[in-house]
Write a protein that binds this ligand. Structure first.
Ligand SMILES: *Cc1c(COP(=O)(O)O)cnc(C)c1O
Length: 403
């Protein structure tokens, strides 16, 4: 580490930042593994990890070294040239996903933009003039124009009309609704869903992951693209490298981001099967796509997830945490759900204030989504002691909140 001491940054009032975020009145100046520190040195346990981003923990020394070394060597040359780290990162990602072609984006929304473009072009190639993509209620796919139109949340869309057209919305988990849509719309080209809805409330389909197998069958039957948004569920989070690996199926189009860069902003859209060969030279691009720096981070993150058996740890510790929460909250009216270390605790009433209570009274960072669901997205390398501490704190807090 260097010897630069960080003087507290003086903040102007009023702020010049666009007020688009509802921020908590706290800032962290340092992190290490599962812990975040304020300027006065107070330690917080981070069960959110930047919203499923820093899965390997904060300030991971191997990733910090890779970033520092690559930054001091070569950050970016553009895709006018070969980028060996990009090729190597794609090789790694293909290995863990079973996908064939990979395009690196700079965020989750941009990965999803790529998926939507693939679906449109796939339709165009079959002479379908107005191709339609089936999406789910309560989904979240991002904040760009196309991805906010795909998102199943009116609040995300409000004020931004006219919305990008070409999406058909069905209830999450409802296969009959997809079959019904197929009857009425001959121009459907794809189904696009999250294996577990993150922002929507850590929603698993009522039939579990067999929902994905059934979508796969329908897509085969109708020659549609099966497209999965694994921006949040990917990179070990659910106890498989990608959530669809809880089943035997592989999607045609797959997107990921968040945990892919452990905090470095990078995402990917991937294809196999019917998705291969749809986008060709001149169809897509991005200045920053797969920079040497970003690609080396991806390579290093996947390498660490593999070498440290973090997918297995996420599966094992996640099952333990869910089991403990279910047992210890059995007499409360809560629903615990999730896979691996993507865990939701649904309370019988709105509970947004638990974020403040956890932070101020227990030095615990959590998130509440969909109004009444506590969302936990801790580090993939969480230890038994940390898991016990997390469960103890949550149980205490929830019991007192519901008393
Ligand atoms: C976070 C998220 C996105 C958007 O990713 P950004 O990097 O914020 O653009 C898209 N889909 C899902 C499932 C997400 O969780």
């Amino acid at each position: 580490m260097n010897n630069i001491t960080l003087a507290p940054i003086q903040v102007d009032q009023p702020s010049h930042l666009m007020p688009v975020f509802g921020r908590q009145p706290i800032s962290f100046v340092r992190g290490r593994g599962s812990y975040l520190y304020t300027a006065d040195g107070t330690e917080y346990f981070d069960a959110l990890t930047g919203i499923a981003v820093c899965g390997l923990g904060h300030a991971h020394p191997v990733i910090a070294d890779a970033i520092a070394d690559q930054a001091a060597t070569l950050i970016h040359t553009s895709n006018l040239f070969e980028v060996p780290w990009q090729t190597a990162a794609a090789q790694k990602l293909a290995e863990v996903s079973g996908m064939e072609e990979i395009f690196f984006s700079n965020s989750g929304a941009e990965a999803n933009e790529g998926a939507i473009k693939i679906a449109r072009k796939f339709g165009c190639m079959q002479g379908i003039a107005r191709p339609k993509i089936i999406v789910a209620d309560r989904s979240f796919h991002g904040r760009t124009m196309a991805t906010l139109a795909a998102t199943g949340n009116k609040k995300v869309q409000e004020g931004f009309g006219p919305l990008v057209e070409g999406f058909i919305r069905v209830p999450f988990g409802d296969l009959d609704a997809i079959k019904e849509a197929a009857v009425h719309h001959p121009d459907i080209v794809a189904v696009f869903v999250e294996p577990i809805q993150g922002e929507g409330g850590v929603n698993t389909a009522p039939q579990g992951f067999s929902y994905l197998e059934e979508i796969r069958q329908l897509c085969n039957q109708h020659q549609w693209l099966m497209m999965l948004d694994e921006v949040q569920t990917g990179n070990g989070r659910t106890g498989q490298y990608f959530a669809y690996q809880h089943t035997q199926i592989v999607p045609d189009v797959l997107t990921t981001a968040k945990g892919l860069g452990n905090g470095f902003p990078i995402g990917a859209v991937m294809t196999q099967g019917r998705g291969v060969g749809v986008l060709t030279a001149g169809n897509h691009g991005s200045t920053y796509s797969g920079s040497a720096l970003g690609s080396r981070v991806v390579y290093t993150v996947i390498d660490l997830i593999q070498k440290e058996n973090l997918v297995e740890n996420a599966a094992h510790m996640g099952a333990y945490i869910v089991e403990q929460l279910k047992q210890q909250l059995a007499d409360q009216h809560v629903i615990v759900r999730g896979f691996g270390l993507m865990i939701g605790i649904e309370l019988p009433k709105a509970c947004a204030q638990l974020v403040d209570i956890a932070r101020d009274e227990h030095q615990l960072i959590i998130n509440v989504t969909a109004g009444s669901v506590i969302r936990l997205l801790p580090v993939l390398n969480i230890t038994q002691t940390q898991a016990d501490h997390l469960v103890d704190t949550l149980v205490k807090m929830i019991k007192s909140f519901l008393a």
